[in-house]
Design a protein around this ligand. Structure first.
Ligand SMILES: [Zn+2]
Length: 70
């Protein structure tokens, strides 16, 4: 019932709280979506070696100390 609904974690909103991290560039980058799949290409180097997640999870996982610059 209600408990079940609350147990489900809300999915992150795309384009809002998601950042992309290129493992080749070793930094967060802009990406281009490939097809309709959840595959993203780095706009800087062109590889698909891109991870994505919330800024906090990406920074934690890849140990990024630098704050995002815009
Ligand atoms: Zn790259």
């Amino acid at each position: 019932m209600i408990k079940k609904l609350l147990a489900r974690k809300p999915a992150p909103k795309w384009g809002e709280s998601i950042v992309f991290y290129c493992k080749d560039c070793e930094k967060t980058v802009e990406t281009q979506q490939v097809g309709r799949k959840y595959v993203y290409k780095c706009k800087v180097c062109g590889t698909k070696n891109v991870a994505f997640g919330t800024p906090r999870s990406i920074k934690g996982f890849f140990h990024i100390e630098e704050e995002g610059k815009k």
